[in-house]
Write a protein that binds this ligand. Structure first.
Ligand code: BMA
Length: 305
């Protein structure tokens, strides 16, 4: 059977060898479609083991990446919540703020928490601060408000490995938290943990959420990508959930690396009905896979909840 996603023939698009300085790995990039170019906010793990976030740009989103040599967000910038690094950024354009909002993992000795920041130009950022204390990660902001409240997805580790949502009037103070997407059970591909991937994408049929699911095989995690549809006006209501995964580690660059058998996405966009999904492969490189939105939506709707 044909898969929904087609991998780029240029994969892996970016590896540590492409960095303008010595780095251990580059993976799990945030993505912004700037129209005339694609911007990635690369997670770079330095040889110290800590991660920082750095901008890369490409005209066609595939080749000729221009990678900056100064990090946009770096643990050395002095935020106490980021002393062990900044990781896995999801980028959302919020029209109401005329800004890009960055939701990322702020890692300190207390563990990983969720932090937010804002930018308009990706050359300077304004930190909003730590909004969910450790342990919590995989945060992705919706691009618009619901009854005047911002909505965010996140994954508190005490929440059973499931995706939760929370609401805020100002991006700083969050509440009305509820569990939104539970893990499935036993042998399911998303039976151990789930987490938001791309920030939710608005479609006529609902919010499309591409998420990662984890299954443990012989004690080792296997990360894949799947999808759900959320109600347009009541986004915590799941209206459909694909039974099967949509992207599974199978290429050598997904099977081998610092974390084998990992496909982990933090961003993408839709252009001309095609969903571009960038992902970290084996925590070691950045790759791209594309799918028709109509194909993704028909798989998701295989099983109405
Ligand atoms: C998760 C996150 C990701 C990473 C994945 C696989 O918990 O930390 O950054 O890609 O594990 O190692």
């Amino acid at each position: 059977m044909k898969e929904v996603f087609l991998r780029s023939e240029q994969n892996p698009l970016i590896t540590a060898a492409d960095m303008p300085y010595l780095a251990n790995t580059v993976f799990n990039a945030g993505v912004a479609d700037l129209g005339d170019e694609v911007l990635l906010l690369l997670r770079v793990e330095s040889c110290s083991g800590r991660s920082h976030l750095i901008v890369a740009r490409s005209k066609d989103g595939v080749t000729d990446w221009r990678i900056e040599d100064r990090a946009l967000l770096h643990p050395a910038q002095g935020s106490p919540h980021e002393s062990n690094g900044v990781e896995d950024c999801r980028i959302t354009w919020v029209e109401e703020l005329k800004s890009w909002v960055l939701a990322y993992t702020a890692y300190s000795d207390q563990g990983p928490g969720v932090a937010l920041a804002k930018t308009t130009d990706f050359s300077s950022v304004e930190r909003i601060g730590l909004v969910f204390p450790p342990d919590d990660k995989n945060a992705a902001l919706f691009p618009r408000t619901f009854d005047g409240l911002f909505a965010i997805l996140h994954r508190p580790s005490a929440g059973g490995g499931s995706i939760w949502d929370s609401f805020s009037p100002d991006l700083m103070f969050w509440g009305k938290s509820e569990m939104l997407l539970p893990v499935r059970s036993g042998p399911w591909w998303d039976g151990l943990r789930v987490g938001a991937g791309l920030p939710p994408i608005e479609t006529e049929e609902g919010w499309l959420l591409i998420y990662h699911g984890v299954k443990a095989i012989a004690g080792r995690p296997l990360y894949r990508i799947g999808a759900v549809l959320l109600d347009l006006e009541e986004p915590r209501r799941v209206i459909a959930r694909a039974r099967r995964w949509l992207l599974n580690p199978q290429e050598h660059y997904e099977r081998a690396g610092d974390a084998p058998n990992v496909i982990f996405t933090c961003g993408g966009f839709v252009r001309s009905g095609v969903l571009w999904t960038y992902y970290g492969a084996a925590d070691s490189s950045i790759c791209l896979a594309r799918a028709r939105m109509s194909d993704v939506l028909s798989v998701v709707k295989e099983e109405r909840v």
